[in-house]
Structure formats: structure tokens, C-alpha cells
Design a protein around this ligand. Structure first.
Ligand SMILES: C[S@@+](CC[C@H](N)C(=O)[O-])C[C@H]1O[C@@H](n2cnc3c(N)ncnc32)[C@H](O)[C@@H]1O
Length: 293
């Protein structure tokens, strides 16, 4: 099932008014809302609703109704968010990405690695996580921040994709890391990437949807849990994720659009975790939370 964006083009001021109307219309419903600038010089903005394709008719009707008095003439346009945004991202032709001390690069850019870099080589063609996406880069920066500030006995990377975040943890600390993904292809790619980065032990891989595997109990509870998935599954998983977190554990969450931040925060506050820091990158947020005691 693909993801869609239904959007209305307008000026900045109008886009803000439209966002307010959409926020009122959708209230507590689980649709991400956002505005973004398209062309600064011509004052063109878009106000968007993100949804699954199956909800299109319903959401379109709700937008039409919400805009019927003030913005009736504004067409509702549609973009299908390509799956390629999430998988099949090749590094071919892409520049290396810096996030904190990490440099994520392809084999063709090995010569760009400098003395102090924590270099991660990713050739993934079939799994998400080359470092170019705001969520991956945000997680890398947050991982460095977290491990600077605390010791940890182990870590979990849930939704590992190319394995980039699990590899990043191992580059910082020689602790056991469990890396899991719902997609067996991603797990295979992540395992190959770990080998490519010289990590021969200490990193375990498991194919599992959410926390549905005995591996979590075998390797956990975890001092650090990193999950770059999407807001909706993260909200659903909050109580279970908290159960697998050790006392004083740290959680890094991403895959969250800026407009979804408060919903995720309230789900995790409800599971006993407190917000520590948010990193904003290209409309995406990466959140750090901690269990106090
Ligand atoms: C946005 S990518 C993140 C990849 C990598 N960790 C990164 O930061 O670049 C999300 C990954 O989570 C996996 N995923 C999605 N839903 C999942 C679930 N319920 N349980 C485990 N993995 C999931 C996807 O297959 C995908 O590889």
C-alpha cells in the first residue's frame, strides 16, 4: 500500500491558515499535516496531508469540506510518495554525508575519509539508510550525542535497514547490538554492510516485525533503543518498547514528520519516558527520550 500526499498550493500566509483549518478538521485522527516552502521568491507554499492510498477518497472529501468557505477555488493536488524514498537508495553518484563525526560514504569515496572521521561505508541498493535522509542523519547525530554522555551495556536498532545505525553504535562502543528489521532483504543487506565495515562480532541480526521475536528477550533489556521507523508504528509500539528498555534507558526515535512530533511524545510520555532533545532536519524530527529510574 503506497503513501500519498494531498496538498494545496498557496502563499505562506494562506498555507498557514489552511493548515489551521486542516488541524481543526482532522483533530485527533492519525494523519500527518505539514506546510512546506516551494519557491521563496514567488511566495509559493504547500499545505499537505500525508495518508495511505486506501484513505484517499475520505481524506479528499474532508479537505474539500474544511476549505469550502475560505479556500473553495484552490485545487487539491496529489503526489504518490515513491517507495524508492524508503528503499533502493543507491549511493552511486551521491556525495558522502556528514553527521557529527560520522561520514557515510560509498566505496567510490573512500579517499574522502579524514583522520578524525568515524567512517561508515554503505553500498546498499536494496535497503534504506545511506545517511542522505534527514532521519538517518538525525539519528547518527543523536547517537554520537548519547554515547558521549552515557555508558551503555548494549543497544537495539529496530528497523535497521542498511544497518547504518547499528554499525555507527559499534564504531563508537564495543557493546553488543541487536539489529532487526521486518524485511528479510534489509537484514541480509545490513549483515553484508556490517562485514564490509569490519564488524565481525558483537552485532546480531534478526528478521522480526516490531518486537515479535524471542531475540528481544534474549538480548534485552536494552540500555539504548534506536528506532527509525514511522510515527504510526512508533506510537503503537510505545508500551512494548518501554518494556524492553532497561532502567535509566535511552530511546532515539525518528521517521517522524515535524507535525507528528507531539503525538509521538505524548505516547512515549504515557509509557514513562521523558523528552531530552529533538533534532530537526528537512521537515523530519529525531527525538531522544529517557526513562528516569
Ligand atoms: C526509515 S528506514 C530506517 C533504516 C535505518 N535504520 C536508517 O536509519 O537509515 C525504516 C526501516 O524499518 C523497517 N521497518 C518498518 N516497519 C517495521 C516494523 N514494524 N518492525 C521492524 N522493522 C520495520 C523497514 O523495513 C525499514 O528498513
Amino acid at each position: 500500500m503506497s503513501e500519498l500526499r494531498l496538498y494545496v498550493r498557496a502563499s505562506e500566509k494562506q498555507a498557514e491558515q489552511i493548515l489551521d483549518l486542516l488541524t481543526l478538521a482532522f483533530g485527533e485522527e492519525d494523519f500527518a499535516l505539514a506546510t512546506q516552502e516551494i519557491d521563496e521568491s514567488r511566495d509559493i507554499w504547500e499545505a499537505s496531508v500525508y495518508l495511505m492510498a486506501e484513505d484517499e477518497a475520505y481524506v479528499r472529501a474532508r479537505i474539500t469540506e474544511a476549505l469550502s468557505s475560505e479556500f473553495a477555488g484552490f485545487p487539491i493536488e496529489k503526489e504518490t510518495i515513491p517507495d524508492a524514498d524508503w528503499i533502493a537508495m543507491s549511493l552511486e553518484g551521491l556525495k558522502p554525508v556528514r553527521a557529527g563525526r560520522f561520514l557515510v560514504h560509498g566505496s567510490h569515496d573512500r579517499d574522502k575519509v579524514q583522520a578524525n572521521d568515524l567512517a561508515i561505508e554503505i553500498e546498499a541498493g536494496q535497503a534504506f539508510g545511506t545517511g542522505h535522509h534527514g532521519t538517518t542523519a538525525g539519528c547518527l547525530e543523536m547517537i554520537e550525542d548519547v554515547f558521549k554522555a552515557r555508558t551503555a551495556r548494549n543497544a537495539l536498532d529496530l528497523g535497521t535497514g542498511s544497518g547504518v545505525l547499528a554499525i555507527a553504535v559499534r564504531k563508537l562502543r564495543p557493546i553488543p547490538v541487536l539489529a532487526t528489521d521486518i524485511d528479510p532483504v534489509a537484514v541480509r543487506v545490513a549483515r553484508e554492510n556490517a562485514r564490509l565495515n569490519g564488524i565481525a562480532s558483537g552485532l546480531a541480526f534478526e528478521t522480526a516485525p516490531g518486537f515479535h521475536s524471542p531475540a528481544f528477550r534474549a538480548y534485552g533489556p536494552f540500555d539504548v533503543i534506536i528506532a527509525n521507523i514511522l510515527a504510526r508504528p512508533l506510537i503503537r509500539m510505545a508500551p512494548e518498547l518501554a518494556r524492553h528498555l532497561a532502567p535509566h534507558g535511552t530511546v532515539i526515535l525518528s521517521g517522524i514528520l515535524a507535525a507528528q512530533r507531539w503525538k509521538v511524545l505524548s505516547a512515549y510520555n504515557g509509557a514513562g519516558l521523558a523528552h531530552v532533545r529533538t533534532i530537526w532536519r528537512n521537515g523530519w524530527v529525531t527525538i531522544r527520550l529517557e526513562r528516569r529510574g
